[in-house]
Write a new protein. Structure first.
Length: 341
């Protein structure tokens, strides 16, 4: 209970102002509550102006006389609010000791809290230090890993550049070889299905082959100067193709144009192609066949041929059609798969 000098001038006994009488309890009940009775002399004070004081510890009431309080002291206490405290004689010592103990506890608590704070701070600092150390370590590892990856990438770049360089060199080399090879074969032709000679002497064989080639060129009205170079491929049941070299390039072109006159015979004449040219030609032959079949299936009037390295339909327009009829093809479609030469 809040310290409260009992001043009857403020708190009339049994009046409606009485804090303990708000629910309408009677005077006798107030007496029974004990705050109208001095706990020393047991007198009951119910008159206006009676002076009683309450102990802040045991909450018992004493009259001014028993509490040995002067009028001035009583007045000061009643006006002090919560600034002055009063304890009855039996409570006084214990109250002081309790205050002291409380202060001691408070001091100890403060000290404890301070120590705890310091310890906690120390602990936190230690923990932060540790975390920082491990973070630094991890960072270092990450840096090293990045460094490694950079090196790897740089190495791979170098490797890629080297591979590209090598490939380009290879391609350039291949192109050079291919061009050289094509040039070397420029004036050559290959004639297929010329029966093999029965002669034993190489010179005799060559002479016989030459005679046969000469006959064929006569037959297509394209006689010219040439040399038989060799029979190419492995000797087997079928006659091996004869490779010849034409002296004049114009003659070679003429022979190729005239070769269509061999239609109906087993003999045919081809360019002397490099392996790469043969592969390209095979692709074109396949493509020409596919397109022709497709057109035939769809009932379209079409005639697909290979011309200047492309598959073209010579019946697409009137002009093309006329060209196909009137003019001999520069390169007539060659269905026979070129043999490995
Ligand atoms: Zn008394
Ligand atoms: Zn007391």
């Amino acid at each position: 209970m809040a310290p409260k000098p009992k001043d009857a001038s403020k708190r009339r006994k049994g009046s409606d102002n009485s804090k303990k009488n708000q629910d309408g309890t009677t005077l006798s009940q107030n007496v029974n509550n004990g705050d109208d009775k001095c706990k020393q002399c047991s007198k009951i004070f119910i008159n206006e102006g009676d002076k009683l004081v309450e102990c802040e510890r045991c909450e018992g009431w004493e009259c001014q006389s028993c509490s040995k309080m002067s009028d001035l002291e009583y007045q000061a206490l009643s006006q002090s609010g919560s600034r002055m405290h009063w304890f009855c004689q039996s409570c006084n010592e214990e109250a002081i000791s309790a205050v002291k103990t409380s202060q001691l506890i408070e001091t100890k608590c403060r000290q404890y809290v301070r120590e705890m704070k310091e310890e906690l701070l120390e602990h936190i600092e230690e923990k932060i230090d540790k975390e920082l150390d491990s973070t630094r370590l991890e960072l270092q590892q990450v840096k090293e890993e990045i460094c490694g990856v950079k090196h790897q990438i740089a190495n791979q770049d170098m490797q890629a550049a080297r591979i590209i360089e090598e490939k380009m060199a290879d391609t350039a080399q291949m192109n050079v070889s291919e061009i050289q090879e094509r040039n070397a074969r420029r004036n050559n032709l290959v004639i297929f299905n010329i029966p093999e000679s029965n002669k034993v002497e190489p010179d005799d064989v060559k002479r016989e082959d030459s005679k046969q080639v000469e006959d064929i060129l006569q037959r297509i009205d394209a006689p010219c100067d040439f040399n038989v170079l060799m029979r190419v491929g492995k000797k087997g049941d079928a006659p091996r193709p004869v490779k010849i070299r034409i002296k004049e390039e114009a003659d070679r072109t003429n022979i190729l144009k005239s070769a269509k006159k061999l239609k109906g015979s087993v003999i045919f004449i081809n360019k002397d192609m490099t392996p790469l040219e043969r592969a390209e030609h095979r692709k074109l032959v396949t493509e020409r066949k596919r397109r022709q079949e497709q057109s035939d299936t769809q009932g379209l009037e079409a005639h697909w041929i290979i011309r200047r390295g492309q598959v073209v339909n010579v019946m697409r327009s009137e002009r093309s059609q006329r060209a196909a009829v009137d003019k001999p093809q520069e390169e007539p479609p060659q269905e026979n798969p070129p043999q490995e030469v």
